[in-house]
Design a protein around this ligand. Structure first.
Ligand SMILES: NC(=O)c1ccc[n+]([C@@H]2O[C@H](COP(=O)([O-])OP(=O)(O)OC[C@H]3O[C@@H](n4cnc5c(N)ncnc54)[C@H](OP(=O)(O)O)[C@@H]3O)[C@@H](O)[C@H]2O)c1
Length: 243
């Protein structure tokens, strides 16, 4: 099913993978609404899309969710790429940081999908986001891996419960260059990209556009539901030792 003329909401569409999904969807002729907290960032992204509109949302705030859902038109596809992450050793990471991460990356998308449910058109879809750490853990990332695993389990449960009216899938990116790493020093960030890229069969980390292509597939393919789609440069079979 082509997305031309469809209404697509991308929560997290102000930056990174979400913005790339919004750009590709708008270019394919969809009506795109992007949502996240920072209004200035959203407005700048809308200018980049050259189409579409912004509808601010904080997924962790019940009042914000209620007014966001009220303002939504009927929607064909809901994509939720918004999240935040916390890293730290099991022995050191404060439990509050992990609870905050579950609030932002699990309960946020959970509540957002629920709030939008009555606005979702039959034959539409929901796309959630996890990440490679659920099944291929990294040091100091056990908490983030657990959140990703929870999202993947939620995806399968919702696909069963909301079908046949709606399809529900999960996209699991590997490391891609995005604003998610903007807080790191440039040199440290590039070294991380380099080291991760070397361990992957593809030999490099990814770009947001490569993940966005997969998101469009999940919206368009009418026989795909309940899956976790890995777009990760082969991260699941990565070699930690240098080649
Ligand atoms: N990039 C990677 O290497 C990578 C790897 C594995 C998995 N992933 C997953 O892929 C997804 C997208 O990642 P990304 O790289 O595109 O991240 P990103 O560039 O940091 O974008 C995340 C977006 O989420 C929004 N956001 C955060 N908290 C929010 C909240 N409470 N309510 C509404 N919006 C909120 C942020 O905007 P505001 O600050 O304006 O709200 C931002 O636009 C995430 O689920 C991430 O965990 C990414």
């Amino acid at each position: 099913m082509a997305i031309k003329g469809k209404t697509i909401v991308v929560v997290g569409g102000g930056s990174g993978i979400g913005k790339a999904i919004a750009v590709k969807s708008a270019a394919a002729g969809a009506d795109v609404i992007i949502s996240s907290r920072n209004v200035a960032k959203l407005e700048a992204a809308v200018t980049e899309l050259r189409a579409g509109s912004a509808l601010p949302l904080d997924m962790t705030d019940a009042g914000s969710l209620a007014s966001w859902a009220d303002a939504l038109p009927d929607v064909d596809h809901l994509v939720i790429s918004a999240s935040s992450a916390a890293h730290g050793r099991f022995s050191d990471l404060p439990e509050d940081s992990l609870r905050g991460m579950f609030d932002a990356k699990f309960f946020g998308p959970y509540a957002t999908a629920k709030a939008a449910l009555n606005k979702l058109n039959k034959n539409g879809s929901i796309t959630l986001f996890s990440g490679v750490l659920s099944r291929r853990p990294g040091l100091n990332c056990s908490g983030l891996g657990a959140v990703n695993g929870a999202i993947e389990a939620l995806t399968r449960g919702l696909a069963l419960e909301l079908g046949p009216d709606l399809r529900v899938n999960c996209l699991s990116p590997g490391m891609v260059r995005s604003e998610a790493y903007a807080g790191m020093e440039r040199e440290t960030r590039e070294a991380m990209y380099e080291a991760t890229g070397e361990s992957l069969p593809i030999g490099r980390v990814g770009d947001v556009e490569e993940v966005a292509e997969a998101a469009l597939f999940l919206m368009e393919n009418t026989y795909t539901t309940g899956i976790v789609l890995d777009v990760d440069g082969g991260h699941m079979i990565r070699q930690y030792a240098k080649r």
